[in-house]
Design a protein around this ligand. Structure first.
Ligand code: NCD
Ligand code: ZN
Ligand code: ZN
Ligand code: ZN
Length: 361
């Protein structure tokens, strides 16, 4: 594991704005959980200046016009830059060439998930992998060994794939595929690093998501494999407390945009990774892999000396809770600057939303 250079703890540090390729902003269709305004506020309050929205809305983002609708809805309402991932279905393959210049990843849900996008038939999976012509990655939601099915399809049709919310049991298959020459990348979620199965006793339904929390041992191993993982992604998947505590069908997913940086900075302070490696995993790598546009004059200013208990208070996400409440976070965000404009300062938003909808380079 990489050892951290000793960070001076009484210093303001300047970092590039963070990038998250995996967030669910829930608009349209489920704005009781989140919307473009609240979701991008949560992003900025967490140090993120560029994020990619997932397609599992109601209705799902699987046609050019559903993409148009999303873009229209963002007008004057987004606090950070926002791009979109497209949803894969057998039927949506007909639009792949048409939307290729307007979206980043193609999202394929190969196991149980929130929303109507589950693709289980091999024929349909084949058609999807075959039809995607963009050099950008196919983003797979594949639990456990299903990742091997995705790898085989990517090898067969020579596509690059990105493994979403990677788990310990998938590391070997990914390494093997990489050695065989496949363009394969992966992301890890803070909840799989900082929480584990034992926390489910305490968290109850607030601790359920896909893939589920790992055993303590597997979570430790994920840390040990951190240098093989390309990026951190929050999989920010807000649900209301009512939906989470539903007796019949509690929803899977947890919010994460506001807690990822403080948790990771605390890990830096503990020597679990270097600040350089953190920047690589939260900005450089996601931007390079998904061909996101550079953000000139965009940065965040952090007081690295400040530690605090993460709490459900003062969150900007509309769902208004976090599974990380009680954990130690580090680094108070003093300022977020996007294209030379201060948009967030000392816990408050400044001026008007200046975020832009972004397209691949
Ligand atoms: C996500 C959601 O709620 O949209 N839930 C989750 O548990 N991760 C869907 C997903 O990312 O698979
Ligand atoms: Zn997923
Ligand atoms: Zn997700
Ligand atoms: Zn520690």
């Amino acid at each position: 594991m990489l050892k951290s250079k000793k960070m001076k703890s009484n210093k303001l540090i300047k970092l590039p704005g963070l990038v998250d390729v995996h967030v669910h902003l829930r608009e349209p269709g489920a704005t009781q959980k989140e919307n473009f305004e609240t979701g991008t506020r949560a992003a900025v309050a967490g140090g993120y200046t560029q994020i990619l929205d997932m397609p599992n809305n109601v209705p799902p983002t699987v046609t050019p016009w559903s993409l148009d609708d999303k873009i229209k809805l963002t007008k004057g309402r987004i606090w950070c830059d926002l791009g979109f991932n497209f949803g894969a279905t057998g039927n949506s393959t007909q639009y792949f060439t048409k939307i290729a210049k307007r979206v980043f990843g193609l999202k394929v849900y190969m196991n149980q998930t929130t929303g109507p996008l589950l693709i289980e038939k091999l024929k349909e999976r084949e058609l999807i992998f075959k039809s995607w012509q963009s050099p950008l990655p196919i983003m797979v939601h594949a639990q456990g060994v299903t990742v091997e099915v995705a790898i085989k399809l990517a090898q067969k049709y020579r596509k690059s794939i990105h493994v979403c919310h990677v788990t310990t049991d998938q590391m070997k298959s990914i390494e093997k595929a990489k050695k065989e020459g496949l363009k394969i990348t992966s992301e890890v979620c803070p909840h799989h690093l900082f929480l584990n199965k034992e926390d489910v006793k305490r968290l109850g339904p607030l601790g359920i998501m896909k893939p589920p929390l790992l055993s303590k041992r597997d979570s430790c191993q994920l840390w040990e494999n951190l240098d093989k993982i390309d990026m951190i992604a929050t999989d920010h998947a807000p649900h209301t407390l009512t939906e989470k505590y539903d007796q019949v069908s509690p929803k899977f997913g947890v919010p994460g945009l506001e807690t990822s940086l403080p948790l990771m900075l605390q890990a830096v302070a503990c020597g679990r990774l270097t600040i350089e490696r953190l920047i690589e995993m939260t900005t450089t790598n996601p931007r390079r892999i998904f061909k996101l546009p550079a953000q000139p004059k965009t940065f965040i200013l952090i007081d690295f000396s400040k530690t605090y208990k993460i709490s459900n208070k003062k969150l900007f996400t509309k769902c208004d809770w976090t599974p990380f409440a009680g954990l130690e976070g580090r680094g108070e965000i003093k300022k977020v600057v996007i294209r030379g404009k201060t948009v967030f300062q000392d816990g408050k938003f400044v001026g008007k939303p200046t975020g832009k909808v972004i397209y691949p380079n």
